[in-house]
Design a protein around this ligand. Structure first.
Ligand SMILES: Nc1ncnc2c1ncn2[C@@H]1O[C@H](COP(=O)(O)OP(=O)(O)OP(=O)(O)O)[C@@H](O)[C@H]1O
Length: 256
């Protein structure tokens, strides 16, 4: 098995609070790996470190075999590692299709000189981007809302659109931070199905933070439990749910 993300002995403090403590995890290429743990365990902080939002105090992050510790998000983005973000307010007045078309970086049309001197090149690239966006709409079965303003989409449709944006840049590793929050059951099934399809059909690797245990159980193998900034245990969802230490620390007495 080949790791696509390696977190090696990473630590991070905010002031006197040690949030991540000598934490090491590996995400295998082609896996959908779950990251769970109690509130405040450090999951989002670890995501932010992996995604280059801020550097660790110590330790290393390896992505695709290269040390990327401290590289900013935009550089990781161009290497194919990205996290989903909520659709920014300023994009809510654009249609779902336009939101997808906005994603690719370095569009030739943005450069005024190109629009003057190489108009045909710009036009053909715009057509290419539009076609790709239409393919993504088709893949995610969002055809019926493609011309709807993003701000008018339902919570679940917005999450699908966020997932769609990762397809526009050919991401191959995607960090999903609580993507199920606030999504109704029907759309949650669509979301799960699409994550599985991206994984199986297009080879995406996912690292998923999620409080929804049904979603973790349906999608993730392995599941890593983080507690107080370090790995408590890693295994299949069945192993996790029957681990006495995890039951005690995380599930309380509700889990049989
Ligand atoms: N920028 C920051 N400055 C100071 N403290 C922070 C910062 N970010 C996170 N923390 C603290 O770090 C701890 C871990 O937070 P983090 O959001 O990583 O946990 P989490 O496991 O994602 O929690 P949850 O499941 O509740 O989202 C918390 O005590 C939080 O208050």
């Amino acid at each position: 098995m080949e790791s696509v993300i390696e977190v090696n002995n990473v630590s991070k403090s905010f002031g006197k609070l040690n949030v991540i403590n000598q934490c090491s995890i590996q995400v295998e290429k082609g896996s959908i790996t779950g990251l769970i743990g109690p509130n405040g365990a450090g999951k989002s902080t670890l995501f932010n470190i992996i995604a280059g939002v801020f550097p660790p105090d110590s330790g290393r992050i390896v992505f695709d075999g290269e040390d990327v510790t401290g590289l900013p998000s935009n550089q990781l983005f161009s290497r194919g590692l990205l996290r989903t973000f909520q659709i920014a307010h300023e994009f809510s007045h654009m249609t779902a299709l336009e939101n997808l078309m906005m994603v690719p970086s370095g569009q030739l049309g943005e450069n005024l000189l190109n629009t003057w001197f190489k108009p045909s090149l710009v036009r053909s690239q715009e057509q290419e981007v539009r076609q790709k966006a239409l393919d993504v709409i088709d893949f995610l079965k969002l055809e019926h809302v493609k011309n709807e303003l993003a701000g008018n989409l339902s919570g679940g449709q917005k999450k699908l659109l966020e997932l769609g944006r990762t397809m526009m840049v050919d991401a191959h590793v995607v960090l999903l931070d609580e993507i199920a929050a606030g999504v109704n059951r029907t759309l949650l099934k669509d979301l799960n199905d699409n994550i599985l399809r991206l994984n199986r059909e297009l080879g995406y690797t996912f690292l998923v933070i999620e409080h929804d245990m049904d979603m973790i159980a349906k999608l993730c193998n392995p599941v890593i439990v983080l507690a107080q900034g370090s790995v408590m245990v890693e295994g299949t969802i069945e192993e996790i749910q029957s681990n006495p230490e995890v039951i005690d620390a995380y599930f309380g007495t509700d889990v049989s």
